[in-house]
Design a protein around this ligand. Structure first.
Ligand code: UD1
Length: 346
């Protein structure tokens, strides 16, 4: 019998790609999503890509009773992947309580229900934001680099949520957890049936870039070229979203196969390659043949100068490694933008 996995936030950007990979690997998926930042159509798209329609429940993780109802309706959930969260840095500064309530209480509800419903494992979406700006000697960052004080409420929710997981396990809750610290997920499914669909003006680099390339936005602003980096722009570790999705399946396999070395494990999920914002623009132009209109503007408040992963632990211990090239990844993001235009969405 197929093992059943509950995916909160399963119609979101990373969630939807992960549902496809889980189904491709023989898992049965139940999605819980309140559709606050995604749409029900994504379920159809997932079905088109994988040939399997996942169960879908439009439920808010903040609603404990409704969540309990989901666990009761779908007995025997083997493990949870908890994506559901708000993720916009700027918005979190403007609406901290909304971020704390949503991101913390959702996780608390899930953790509370797990032992009651006999669910033994959880994979949690964490972020490289927990490292803040690592000291030079800690670049690329390993999982042992110190966690720095968060720069924004969003980042703080990731840190606190990691602590909540640790404390819950330490208190004797019979659960296991894997914390995946994502670097900068980009790109779309190679079929162009799934991708990132930001609400309104995108805050993140790639959707803004592809929207500029297609003419929805006039110009991309590059936030700063006076950083202490080779070309002066910030450096990030851009990880293909399908590669990232696959890391979740491997984490679930490991958890259910009882291979964890400790009850809570933490892995960096990145490529190990630091690429500057200007370098990424060049790579986009080269791999798509599309010229991008951009200008250098001042720094964006709260930006980290440079961070990229040392993914050795995930490579050796999980047996996971990023596979896709940056060129293919950028082409996938561009194809997704073209597909949105075709569908008249943007
Ligand atoms: C941030 C968070 C990260 C989170 C992600 C998703 C931090 C430190 N990082 O990543 O944890 O998962 O958002 O929301 O909190 N840029 C431009 N022009 C633009 C947009 C971005 O130059 O129009 C630059 C930024 O200055 C940055 C890079 O592109 O250097 C990446 O920015 P972005 O895509 O917003 O992601 P992060 O800020 O790295």
């Amino acid at each position: 019998m197929k093992k059943r996995i509950l995916v909160t936030g399963g119609t979101g950007y990373i969630g939807s790609h992960t549902v496809v990979e889980l189904q491709n690997s023989g898992y049965e998926v139940v999605i819980v999503d309140n559709l606050s930042n995604s749409s029900k159509d994504v379920v159809d798209q997932i079905e088109k890509v994988s040939g399997i329609r996942p169960a879908f429940e439009m439920v808010d993780c903040l609603d404990l009773a409704a969540m309990k109802g989901v666990f009761e309706k779908y007995p025997g959930i083997a493990s949870i992947i908890h994506f559901a969260a708000y993720k916009a840095v700027g918005e979190s500064v403007a609406k901290p309580l909304m971020y704390y309530r949503n991101n913390l209480v959702s996780l608390i509800n899930v953790l509370e229900l797990m032992p009651q419903c006999d669910v033994k494992g959880i994979v949690f979406s964490s972020s490289c934001t927990v490292y803040g700006q690592p000291d030079k000697e800690n670049l690329p960052v390993t999982e042992n680099a110190p966690v720095k004080m968060a720069e924004c409420p969003y980042g703080n929710t990731k840190q606190i949520n990691e602590e909540i997981v640790h404390d819950t396990v330490l208190s004797g809750s019979p659960i296991k957890a894997i914390l995946l610290r994502y670097f900068n997920p980009i790109g779309a499914h190679p079929t162009a049936l799934l991708g990132e669909l930001p609400n309104g003006v995108p805050q993140n680099l790639i959707p803004y870039l592809t929207q500029t390339a297609i003419g929805i936005r006039e110009q991309l602003s590059v936030f700063g070229d006076d950083y202490n980096t080779p070309d002066g722009s910030c450096i990030r570790d851009f990880i293909n979203v399908v590669d990232l999705a696959k890391a979740h399946v491997i984490a679930i396999d490991r958890m259910l196969g009882d291979k964890q070395k400790s009850a809570v494990e933490t892995f960096n999920i990145g490529t190990g390659v630091g690429l500057s914002v200007l370098g990424l623009i060049k790579a986009f132009e080269k791999s798509t043949g599309v010229k991008l209109n951009y200008k250098i503007v001042g720094r964006r408040a709260g930006d980290i100068e440079q961070v990229w992963a040392d993914p050795t632990y995930a490579n050796t211990e999980l047996g996971w490694k990023a596979q896709e090239t940056i060129e293919d990844t950028l082409r996938s993001a561009w194809n997704w933008q073209l597909k949105l235009r075709e569908k008249g969405i943007n």
